[in-house]
Design a protein around this ligand. Structure first.
Ligand code: ADP
Ligand code: MG
Length: 238
């Protein structure tokens, strides 16, 4: 679905992405691992159009969208669950879910993306349904993460970019996030999962890439990575 070639992105004067090549196929969970500060968030923000690359291409179904604005990329079926959730703390669950999703665009997307409503999100996350009139800041960390995922689903994506969804969550909730990822993938959604939680990443992945200093330094299957302690040690410290 997405083909990234020789992608270069700066943050201010900071040369962060230094020639990324990466494929995100339809219907699979593609995992990106890497230590803090290696450029993972910069990569998802560049894919989503929140940062403009200095060079290279990001093709969605063959069309280069590098440098296009976020709404244009969302329209092609890409949604972001940002690092740190980025919810509106004083708005309710229901308001957080539906804000910014126009009635016209809601559920009207092609293949795989169609049909997401707040009711369907509440079926996936019953806790959120019970708390639909609670404010964002009254939710637990796990509920906030589910809300951030639900909000992204309401835009009707074919590809969900998830930036460290396990960050700051208790192990049992990380387990739940893993189930959600597996369910969504089962339903045909492509997932690009950025993680530092090695266990969640390995359990979820069809393929794994490791980012270090703005380049992909390792790629393979979860089995390959499990069998390569030297790569884990040098690139991840696990
Ligand atoms: N707003 C910013 N301005 C300049 N440099 C930044 C900014 N945000 C992050 N950086 C730098 O860009 C690099 C990559 O950051 P980031 O993509 O957030 O890494 P990761 O998500 O892998 O932790 C880091 O060295 C970080 O210090
Ligand atoms: Mg990050």
């Amino acid at each position: 679905m997405i083909e990234i070639r020789d992608l270069h992105t700066y943050r201010g004067l900071n040369y962060v992405l230094q020639g990324i090549d990466l494929d995100i196929p339809d219907g699979q969970c593609t995992v990106l691992l890497g230590r803090n500060g290696m450029g993972k968030t910069t990569l998802v923000q560049t894919i989503m159009g929140l940062l403009r690359p200095r060079g290279g291409t990001v093709r969605i179904d063959g069309t280069d969208i590098a440098g296009r604005p976020p709404f244009a990329i969302a329209r092609r079926g890409v949604a972001l669950v940002p690092q740190g959730r980025r919810l509106f703390p004083s708005l309710t669950v229901e308001e957080n879910l539906t804000l910014g999703v126009s009635r016209r665009s809601r559920g009207s997307r092609p293949a795989g993306g169609a049909g997401w409503t707040s009711e369907r999100v509440y079926e996936l996350f019953p806790n959120l349904g019970q708390r639909r009139h609670h404010r964002g800041n009254q939710l637990s960390g796990g509920e906030q993460q589910m809300l951030a995922i639900g909000r992204a689903l309401l835009t009707g994506p074919r590809l969900l970019l998830m930036d460290e969804p396990s960050e700051g969550l208790a192990p049992v909730i990380v387990e739940r996030v893993g189930q959600v990822i597996a369910d969504l993938r089962e339903q045909g959604l492509a997932i690009f999962l950025v993680e530092q939680n090695y266990g969640l990443a390995i359990r979820s992945a069809d393929s794994v890439s490791i980012l270090a200093n703005g380049s992909v330094v390792w790629r393979g299957t979860p089995g390959d990575l499990d069998a390569d302690p030297a790569a884990r040690e040098s690139h991840l410290g696990v």
